[in-house]
Design a protein around this ligand. Structure first.
Ligand code: GUN
Ligand code: ZN
Length: 430
């Protein structure tokens, strides 16, 4: 039994839309037993109540739930920050050649280590992760995540056209491999599976139908794909699926519009698409650094609010330019500024934690620090360098501290990242 001490902030209540329900303890305690949180409150009260607990003292630091990155690509770790393209040429010139390397299980295992280390160093304890088209790379990722006991949602990319032949699967192999991976990993340990058609342009109707069958057969698996990221992509989908009224209708037709379906980007949706997203319980993953980097467009938070679509945040590494979700929130804020939408740091904090967990149906395990939840949390030093020490005072509010961190922070602010009660990342003293 361990009692973790620090300033604690989290959203205990489960609602899909952002609400003003932040719970804070200025000098708080988090009681950890068997990988779970068993109590939360004022440190002095908990210390008196549990005198036998070993104390880990993070006084002066901030403790928040582990951050949830709802869209990123593990094979793209090494092509992060590759210059000068928009989506479709970026895929051809950087992404596909690199993803080919993940047919090699040894390389995939090595890169999974690098990838998960980057996640943890930045306070991310759960990712919704795309692997490559290869089954072995998906297995390598699940194995590496399991070794660290990280709650992970991942899936094998499926694509059987409009990418190099050496990177294509088929409708049959995509269905077979995905089904085997579901049986092997979904709900096993802390792992969950996501059916992962890359996006409509790279799947034939036959492949979409094969994956649609699986979506119906396994109604609690996640679904992840890309939607309306780039104008050329959208025009392409129109020519490839002329029978569908719009881009979303392709996924709708193949039974992929439902709760636990997470659509990356959603930048250029029509009102009808927003409405159908809302009606279905699907989730929009806002990927600000990627959208700016690839010149894709400015996500419209006001539309998501108007229609009541849950929005989560995501790095979209390697289209995205940082593994750090607080930095990512800072870029989301700037995009919202250009759209005249006020994205407060507290709303963003909610989106990175409890909001994401509720949207994904995982809030009984992650996203909050409620008793009974898994003990996934991050210890942050808001005053991590001379500039942040100047800007952030010991008495700064949670909202102001978080805001400054989204603008100034990076992995230097991560003191430690705990996964199921164990410190899986600890910053080295310099
Ligand atoms: N659309 C299809 N594949 C990808 C990808 O790998 N990254 C991004 N940003 N968009 C995509
Ligand atoms: Zn992506």
């Amino acid at each position: 039994m361990q009692l973790i001490r620090g300033a604690i902030h989290h959203y205990p209540t489960a609602t899909t839309q952002y609400h003003a329900g932040l719970q804070s303890f200025a000098d708080g305690g988090l009681l950890i037993e068997d990988g779970k949180i068993s109590d939360i409150g004022d440190f002095s009260t908990l210390k008196a109540q549990y005198p036998d607990a070993g104390i880990v003292d993070y006084s002066g630091k901030v403790i928040i739930p582990g951050l949830i990155d709802t869209h990123l690509h593990f094979p793209q770790t090494e092509i992060i920050a590759s210059y000068g393209e928009q989506l479709l040429t970026w895929l051809d010139n950087f992404t596909f050649p690199t993803e080919r390397r993940f047919e090699d299980e040894t390389l995939a295992a090595q890169m999974a280590e690098v990838f998960l280390t980057e996640c943890l160093k930045n306070g991310t304890t759960t990712g919704l992760v795309y692997s490559s088209v290869h089954k072995v790379s998906t297995e390598a990722l699940f194995r590496a995540a399991s070794a660290r006991n990280m709650l992970t949602v991942a899936g094998k990319v499926c694509m059987d056209r409009h990418c190099p032949e050496w990177l294509q699967d088929t409708p049959e192999s995509a269905q077979r491999d995905s089904a085997e991976l579901i049986e092997q990993w979904h709900g096993k340990g802390r792992n969950y599976y996501a059916l992962t058609p890359r996006f409509a342009p790279t799947s034939t109707r036959e492949q979409m139908a094969a994956l649609g069958e699986l979506a119906q057969q396994y109604d609690d698996v996640f679904i992840q794909t890309h939607l309306s990221e780039n104008h050329d992509e959208i025009a392409w989908v129109k020519t490839l699926y002329p029978e569908c009224q719009d881009y979303l209708a392709v996924y709708e037709k193949y039974h992929m519009l439902r709760p636990r379906a997470v659509y990356g980007h959603c930048i250029h949706l029509s009102d009808s698409e927003w409405q159908r997203m809302a009606d279905s319980g699907a989730v929009a993953a806002f990927c600000p650094t990627s959208n700016l980097f690839l010149g894709s467009g400015l996500f419209d938070m006001a539309k998501a609010d108007e229609f009541g679509v849950p929005v989560t945040l995501a790095t979209d590494v390697g289209g995205g330019t940082s593994f750090n979700l607080l930095k990512t929130l800072g870029e989301a804020y700037k995009i919202c500024q250009l759209r005249n939408y006020n994205l407060s740091s507290l709303q963003g904090f909610y989106m990175l934690t409890q909001g994401a967990a509720v949207s994904l149906g995982l809030n009984d395990r992650i996203g909050n620090l409620n008793p009974g939840s898994d003990a996934d949390f991050v210890v942050i030093n808001p005053r991590f360098d001379p500039l942040s020490q100047l800007r952030i005072g010991a008495d700064s509010t949670c909202e102001d501290t978080l805001f400054a961190l989204t603008m100034l922070g990076d992995d230097r602010a991560t003191v430690a990242t705990y996964v199921a009660g164990q410190p899986q990342y600890q910053q080295q003293e310099v």
